[in-house]
Design a protein around this ligand. Structure first.
Ligand code: HEM
Length: 423
């Protein structure tokens, strides 16, 4: 029985959290090179931690071995969110999942489409086609409006929407990176207490929206069987927090970077004309630019993984970024090749872990696909996306992946056959 390669070092002295925060990709690649293994041991958050970046092993962990792992987020985010599904395990978690699943059935997701389309159409119509826009900020504003309208029934003509948006930002500053739950160094006590204050205010607003009984999503939550009051409010807080809009804007910005470069106009056209190709492009965006680097677990029972013994009491980080670039599954893993999803990787959708995997996978992923597809289609129907040349496109990966600099883009109106052609 082999030991996991690498070292957990001495408590405190051997802790490598700082290196991880400073440059998580460099940290992973360095350990991969040193240990010659995509499964390695290090000390993180002062706990011996097994890092898993092998695609096959990651899948095995999240599916076959999920009963030997607890989610590892409560320690960091428990207070800032209050009790919700992310801090539960075992049968209780499965019970909560079957309740919450009602909100994300295919019928439910279809019923959210009108709201999504209305907001996206309004946003697309308001684009100033001559101006340069910061892609991430543009998509963040849109994603916030979609999420708050959908989950709280907000009307963005009201002043209240601005106040709530601001509260979610303050709350976010107290959230300590999810799903790779890491304590952000230098976060001051005062921003944490401001975040807790924002949480209380957001919960009051959520209760008020529920009492008003006139908005579809909160009303839907109301009808869920066996969900205590406090859990109803806390899950609405989870869904409306800044986390989801940030992840959506991350994906949309990465999309724009890949298809907006000069010479990639064909890719934009193919999205409009070929649904299969559109799907391939989105899958490749998720593979190369996962919004979250991975997730955290605590091992509750010893088990074997790829010939290594994983010990109870240790922590585990699953590394989505590394698994998505595992050369055993993806040829030329660092290259953006949408067509791989029609060829060698045709049946490998289950080897993407952007939305987790197995019994604790993301409940909102169908809704996310629906939002992404609506935004992209509406934009491309009206505009060609043109990324300004010569920009710094390097990424930061924590807490949510995004380009470090402002990525500037122009939207050039597309002329269709129905347009009036000036004489
Ligand atoms: C781009 C947006 C999103 C991304 C990238 C994302 C990603 C993820 C990931 C990776 C997990 C699994 C965490 C783990 O394995 O530890 C997860 C869980 C979850 N997601 Fe999402 N998510 C997104 C949007 C949403 C939305 C819109 C909702 C619902 C409104 C949602 C609801 C959930 C829930 C309830 C869980 C917990 C499931 C459980 O613990 O059993 N997510 N998400």
């Amino acid at each position: 029985m082999a030991k996991v390669p690498g070292s957990a070092g001495l408590p405190l002295l051997g802790d490598r959290s700082y290196d991880f925060y400073k440059d998580p990709i460099k940290f992973q690649l360095k350990h991969l090179e040193q240990t010659k293994s995509r499964i390695f041991l290090s000390r993180f958050l002062n706990m011996p931690t097994v890092f898993v970046g092998s695609n096959k092993a990651l899948k095995e962990i999240l599916t076959d071995n999920s009963d030997k792992l607890n989610l590892g987020y409560k320690q960091f985010m428990g207070e800032i969110y209050g009790s919700n599904i992310l801090f539960t395990d075992g049968d209780y978690a499965q019970g909560l999942r079957s309740t919450l699943k009602h909100l994300f059935t295919p019928d439910s997701v279809t019923s959210y489409k009108d709201t999504i389309e209305r907001i996206v159409k309004k946003s697309v119509a308001s684009i100033d086609s001559g101006a340069s826009l910061c892609a991430y900020q543009h998509f963040k504003k849109l994603s916030i409006e979609i999420c708050l309208s959908l989950f709280l029934g907000l009307n963005f003509n009201d002043l209240e929407a601005d106040i709530i948006t601001e509260l979610t930002t303050t709350h976010w500053h107290g959230i300590i990176s999810v799903p790779v739950a890491l304590k952000i160094p230098k976060m001051s006590e005062s921003s944490y207490s401001k975040a807790l204050d924002a949480k209380r205010k957001l919960l009051d607003i959520i209760q008020k929206r529920r009492d008003e009984k006139c908005h579809s999503f909160p009303q839907k939550v109301e009808t869920l069987p066996d969900l205590e009051e406090v859990l109803v409010n806390n899950h609405l807080l989870l869904f409306t927090s800044a986390l989801v809009p940030k992840a959506l804007s991350s994906i949309l910005t990465s999309f724009l970077i890949e298809v907006g470069e000069k010479g990639k106009e064909d890719l934009q056209d193919s999205i409009l004309n070929d649904d299969e190709m559109f799907e391939c492009i989105l899958l490749e965006i998720l593979r190369v630019y996962p919004p979250f680097l991975g997730g955290r677990r605590i091992i509750t029972q010893d088990f074997m993984l790829d010939g290594y013994k994983l010990s109870s009491g240790h922590a585990m980080l699953y590394l989505t970024y590394l698994a998505h670039r595992d050369p055993d599954i993806f040829d030329h893993p660092d290259e953006f090749i949408p067509l791989r999803w029609l060829n060698k990787n045709k049946n490998d959708r289950d080897k993407l872990f952007c939305f987790g995997c197995g019994p604790r996978n993301c409940l909102g992923q169908d809704l996310v696909w629906s939002i992404l597809k609506t935004v992209i289609k509406e934009l491309l129907c009206k505009y060609k996306l043109i990324l300004e040349s010569g920009q710094n496109l390097s990424y930061k990966w924590l807490p949510v992946s995004r380009p470090i600099g402002n990525v500037m883009v122009k939207f050039e109106p597309r002329h269709t056959n129905n347009d009036d052609v000036p004489t």
